[in-house]
Design a binder for this molecule. Structure first.
Ligand code: ZN
Length: 130
């Protein structure tokens, strides 16, 4: 198991970690299998989405922000980050990506993202190969 550290700079942000994952994958010299990525945090998530037009990331964050506002009448959680907890559950905390010939088997336009919903802070992504 390897750990990838990801530093966020804003409260909400999608940070591409594809090259970091591939770097760790190369270091293991594993040829073929599945790469499991998992984050132990409750206010960020992992997703795969378009890596070409950065506006896609902006639109995803904008839509989630409008759907789930930080301050919503009736939210009770004392940290005032219930929106981040909900977004984390919607996005999910793990991914499974096949790899072959030591390379992630992603589509041409796919990138792996850590979705920060309550930054800025340092996050950890666990990487397990099988
Ligand atoms: Zn909280």
């Amino acid at each position: 198991m390897q750990t990838i550290k990801v530093k966020s700079n804003r409260r909400e942000e999608m940070i591409e970690i594809t090259s970091e994952v591939e770097k760790h994958l190369r270091e293991t010299k594993a040829a073929e299998g599945v790469c499991i990525l998992f984050t132990q945090h409750t206010t960020c998530g992992l997703t795969i989405n378009e890596n070409a037009d950065p506006d896609v990331r902006k639109d995803i964050l904008l839509f989630l922000k409008n759907l789930i506002p930080q301050y919503y009448e009736g939210f009770r959680h004392f940290e005032h980050n219930s929106d981040a907890h909900i977004k984390s559950s919607l996005v999910g905390s793990s991914l499974t990506v096949p790899f072959t010939d030591g390379k992630l088997f992603l589509g041409r336009w796919q990138g792996i993202y850590l979705c920060e919903f309550d930054g800025a802070r340092e996050r950890k992504v666990l990487m397990i190969l099988r």
